[in-house]
Design a protein around this ligand. Structure first.
Ligand code: MG
Length: 94
């Protein structure tokens, strides 16, 4: 999860964060498919290992929050262009 201290406001920064988190979801999804949902990264210290499916779930959580923040910003910055398709934006811990 992104540390609150490093969250940035504004469309460009939030769109960049979305791209970053999509990449992290992609990495976790790729490892999950290649090595299996319950496999762990053997290069990590034992106390830092987590199952690929747990990693994927955590990254999906990150992505959901970043997507929610960006959606709110887009609705505020581009209210006319971003009103036709409703997005779920109510869930956020940030
Ligand atoms: Mg992440």
């Amino acid at each position: 999860m992104t540390d609150k201290r490093f969250l940035q406001d504004g469309f460009d920064k939030q769109l960049g964060h979305l791209i970053e988190e999509m990449g992290e979801v992609g990495a976790a999804a790729g490892k999950t498919l290649r090595w299996g949902p319950l496999s762990t990264n053997p290069l990590l210290p034992p106390n830092e290992r987590e199952a690929n499916i747990t990693w994927l779930w955590r990254e999906m959580h990150d992505l959901q929050h970043v997507l929610n923040r960006l959606a709110l910003t887009m609705q505020a910055d581009f209210p006319v262009e971003c009103t036709d398709i409703p997005l779920r934006t109510g869930v956020s811990e940030y």
